[in-house]
Design a protein around this ligand. Structure first.
Ligand code: SF4
Length: 231
């Protein structure tokens, strides 16, 4: 358990206390999200991270269920599947030509590297290797590091930037988020996994590109909402 995890809530710095308040309100609203990204194995998380791009999670689940039953998430068995067959399995998730190519590439990479060898790498080196794979950008790499490899990283995605900038914690820029919010985010891995899930759900339900503030559990603490009320 990290520094913040060992401290009682009232002893934590003000920034951390405010973030914990946000977390508590989101849990009250959406319920606990400890199993938000269920997976049998780390390779399933890698596949899900590639499949989810530009599609809904329900479509990803359909494809993952097919891959589970056909290959058991064994990279070797997946690589043995003929290209047209794999593309047909991936069709529900969209972009099936591109995703089939990326999934075959990641399966070959994962098989060649091996879970143990990847697990032994420091986070920065592992992140570099992930970023070198087609279809894996910074947000996807961080999500894989957090959920598949259980590394103490944070996913600075659009949902987090929108939420924390509208609440008034930072500007809507990754660099400002890293400077003013990230140091106060508790470093426990399970907490980070749940908080990312809550922020994504909140973004889908309320704080999207155009905020839908009615019913949002964070209105009383939100600078954006208070400014909108006054205008
Ligand atoms: S009150 Fe509105 S702007 Fe503020 S966090 Fe909620 S949805 Fe976003």
């Amino acid at each position: 358990m990290g520094y913040l995890g060992r401290m009682r809530i009232e002893q934590r710095p003000i920034g951390a206390r405010r973030i914990l308040e946000v977390h508590t309100r989101l849990v009250s609203s959406f319920g606990p999200q400890k199993n938000w990204w269920p997976a049998e194995c780390p390779f399933e998380i890698l596949l899900g991270a590639l499949l989810v791009q530009h599609t809904r999670w329900s479509a990803v689940m359909e494809v993952l269920n097919r891959l589970r039953s056909e290959t058991g998430f064994d990279p070797e068995r997946l690589l043995a599947v003929r290209g047209p067959v794999l593309e047909a399995w991936l069709r529900p998730a969209g972009c099936h030509h591109q995703k089939a190519r990326r999934i075959r590439a990641i399966a070959g990479w994962y098989r060649d590297q091996g879970w143990q060898q990847l697990s032994d790498l420091p986070s920065a080196a592992l992140r570099e290797k992930l970023l070198a794979q087609e279809g894996i950008g910074p947000e996807t790499a961080d999500a894989i590091l957090l959920y598949a490899f259980r590394r103490r990283v944070w996913v600075t995605d659009r949902s987090a930037l929108r939420l924390y900038s509208r609440l008034g914690f930072c500007q809507d820029q990754a660099s400002d988020f890293r400077e003013r919010v990230l140091p106060h985010i508790p470093d426990e891995i399970e907490w980070r996994k749940e908080h990312h899930a809550l922020v994504v759900l909140h973004g889908q339900r309320f704080c999207g590109v155009a905020p839908r503030c009615t019913g949002c559990p964070l209105t009383r603490r939100c600078e954006w909402h208070q400014r909108a009320e006054l205008s």
